[in-house]
Design a protein. Structure first.
Length: 406
């Protein structure tokens, strides 16, 4: 049998997508599945954006510049200026989604065996990018009891070793929805200055903040060479399939290094860049309705969850995710059971087990991530299912186990 690479064997499966076969099997049985497992919004992609792609008029679908179309990068400068980030278009490399921006950062800033510190729970694909780059993720734990606030500076510094090269922050956070404050970013600034580290700032959900103002890492003063912004249009404009992101830094040496990786993959997607550039022409109030819709969904979800016996869900300050602690023992088993063995009114729901968002073994077994990407009516039906499921799971699975193991 031909061997598989060690890297391939280490590559983790997606905790968000690994239950897809069970969801597909449930659908084949005629069961409706409410997908709260993945950040795929049901908000319509703006027609203006789709029309720009439909009405593209060129005879040859050419490569773009490896850094992306200059016209798009220049317009992005104006967008960033509107949110208080002052950069030049030469500080930007357009990437194939935010994913490639993260990978460019890991590959450009870290050597094999180096370490990157990330508050957990964290976006699960950071693990995959770390495996691809042959670097090690070092988690520092935030807790549901604190609402997943940034861990104390002492806890972060305890994790720093000679191999530590960077810290990653996702703000607002995926999977917790936590919105990091300016004070917390200033705390991280002190750490990266003291220990000469990079700060990777994943700001994919910048527009969706509900309990405060977003403070970008790019606004931190005196640390320009340390900061790498990793961005994407996927969630901002409900354009996940466009696969367009951005790698942004004022560190010219780092940008030149990342450009070599950009050149190796030739260019970012042309149609995606057309969509991204068109999105920048949307009116300034475009996000008002979308933000209001997500706020309504968040409030519905959090209220319904916290009304269920034994459930606790902190109120997320941004993005469109919530982490909830459930009265269960094994979130992986429970989420699979929902799809394999449960239905209510011929409906069930798909959740993401929180174990896949932690780097520390054993954490997240009582937690799940829920993406409030469905409308309020669908969310309420999904919560009806969850409420019934928890009661049934306790009667069918947990109570018999406690009797057998007094």
């Amino acid at each position: 049998m031909l061997p598989i690479s060690h890297r391939g064997q280490l590559m983790p499966p997606s905790p968000i997508r690994k239950l897809v076969p069970f969801a597909e099997a449930a659908k084949r049985k005629g069961i409706k599945v409410y997908h709260l497992n993945i950040g795929q919004p049901d908000i319509e992609t703006p027609h203006h954006v789709l029309d720009a792609v439909r009405h593209s008029d060129f005879k040859v679908l050419e490569y773009s510049h490896s850094a992306g179309n200059e016209s798009y990068r220049r317009k992005l400068v104006e967008y960033y200026k509107s949110v208080g980030i002052n950069i030049n278009y030469t500080d930007i490399i357009i990437t194939t989604g935010g994913s490639e921006a993260i990978l460019f950062g890991f590959m450009s800033c870290l050597d094999a065996g180096d370490e990157v510190i990330i508050p957990e729970p964290f976006y699960a694909n950071y693990n995959g990018f770390a495996v691809a780059a042959d670097v090690k993720v070092i988690p520092v734990t935030s807790t549901i009891e604190s609402g997943f606030a940034l861990p104390p500076i002492s806890a972060i510094e305890e994790k720093i070793t000679p191999r530590t090269k960077a810290i990653v922050i996702c703000n607002p956070n995926n999977p917790t929805g936590y919105l990091y404050s300016r004070e917390e970013l200033e705390t991280l600034k002190a750490v990266i200055k003291k220990h000469n580290l990079y700060l990777f700032a994943d700001e994919a959900y910048r527009e969706f903040c509900y309990s405060g103002e977003h403070f970008s890492a790019m606004k931190l003063e005196g640390v320009d060479d340390h900061i790498v912004l990793m961005d994407t249009i996927s969630k901002r404009y409900s354009a996940c399939g466009a696969r367009i992101g951005a790698f942004v830094t004022k560190n010219k040496k780092l940008l030149d290094t990342a450009m070599k990786f950009a050149q190796a993959r030739l260019s970012p997607p042309s149609f995606g860049q057309i969509a991204g550039e068109a999105a920048l022409d949307l009116p300034a109030d475009y996000f008002d309705a979308t933000k209001a819709e997500y706020t309504s969904r968040r409030d519905t979800l959090v209220e319904r969850l916290n009304a269920m016996p034994g459930v606790f869900c902190p109120n997320p300050g941004g993005a469109f995710y919530a982490m909830a602690k459930l009265p269960i023992e094994d979130s992986d088993h429970f989420c699979q059971w929902l799809l394999e063995s449960f239905s209510y009114n011929n409906q069930t729901l798909m959740l993401a087990p929180a174990t896949g968002f932690y780097g520390t073994e054993g954490l997240g077994k009582q937690e799940v991530r829920l993406a409030y990407v469905l409308n309020v009516e669908a969310l309420n039906k999904a919560m009806d299912c969850l409420d019934k499921a928890l009661k049934q799971y306790n009667e069918v699975i947990l109570r018999p186990k406690s009797v057998m193991n007094p």
